[in-house]
Design a protein. Structure first.
Length: 271
């Protein structure tokens, strides 16, 4: 087995740790290849890269892009050109769309009688704002006891604060990654099985599939590996780590069997 983590977040999006802290925790956990993949921003990538270089930890520049087709239908871009201005403009527009969505969410929650303001939320988000910051603001005001409860009571479909994703289409997400010289990988496919459309996504340029993910069962991983073989997609893995105070998985790294890790290393590091 080979330990990797190609899906982590810092406080540049909805994580709770710095890029340096996440990199250090990954190294401490025995991870051999690492990527910081914040939502719609690459602002933390260089800091993470520098931290990995100090520890001889292989590093891959990355970003995670949301889509409008499902709240959890996301795509990871690896080895993107950070200096590609068109791609950076694309990410900036995504962040603006996020901002508008969050303002609508706050407005709906406040209109329901809950004491929540834009200042409450935006004061917690130094960079990319997300629904997690709304949940954190509700927790800070003791309206809920955790980020997860904030989502359950206010932010999922059917709740007062739900607003559909402001992301782009899947095809645009893949195409933008490819135009920036990157490899496009579907994140946590097990969370969105009802919207799988691999023929269309492969045609658009999909390169890989995040097969090894904490919530994926053995049976699901085997199904995803069959899909990967069918569509010539390389298998990746990541923890989706958000930091020690996010109320989610608190350990970094996933184990990838050697045949798949070998191909992963060839694709991402040319090894």
């Amino acid at each position: 087995m080979f330990k990797a983590d190609l899906h982590t977040h810092s406080f540049y999006s909805d994580g709770t740790s710095s890029p340096e802290e996440v990199s250090y925790e990954a190294w401490k956990a025995g991870v051999k290849i690492f990527a910081l993949a914040d939502h719609d921003t690459t602002d933390g990538v260089l800091a993470a890269k520098e931290a990995c270089t100090k520890r001889n930890l292989d590093f891959v520049p990355a970003v995670e892009i949301s889509t409008c087709e499902h709240d959890h239908l996301h795509f990871l871009g690896y080895n993107i050109d950070l200096n590609n201005q068109e791609f950076q403009n694309f990410l900036f527009q995504n962040r603006q769309n996020r901002l508008n969505r969050i303002r609508q969410i706050i407005s709906q929650i406040a209109a329901s009688g809950v004491d929540l303001t834009e200042e409450d939320v935006f004061s917690l988000a130094s960079y990319t704002v997300s629904r997690a910051h709304v949940a954190d603001a509700l927790k800070k005001k003791k309206i809920v006891s955790s980020r997860q409860e904030g989502f359950r009571k206010f932010l999922i479909p059917g709740q007062v604060g739900y607003v559909p994703s402001a992301g782009v289409s899947v095809i645009e997400a893949i195409c933008q990654i490819k135009k920036a010289g990157g490899l496009a990988v579907m994140a946590h496919p097990g969370l969105v099985q009802d919207v799988w459309n691999f023929p269309a996504w492969k045609e658009a340029g999909l390169d890989g599939l995040e097969v090894f993910y904490p919530s994926h069962s053995y049976t699901l991983k085997q199904e995803l590996l069959k899909i990967a073989r069918k569509y010539d997609l390389f298998a990746t893995g990541g923890s989706d780590y958000h930091g020690p105070h996010a109320g989610r998985i608190s350990s970094l790294g996933v184990n990838i069997p050697i045949p798949y890790s070998d191909r992963l290393l060839r694709k991402l590091l040319n090894k």
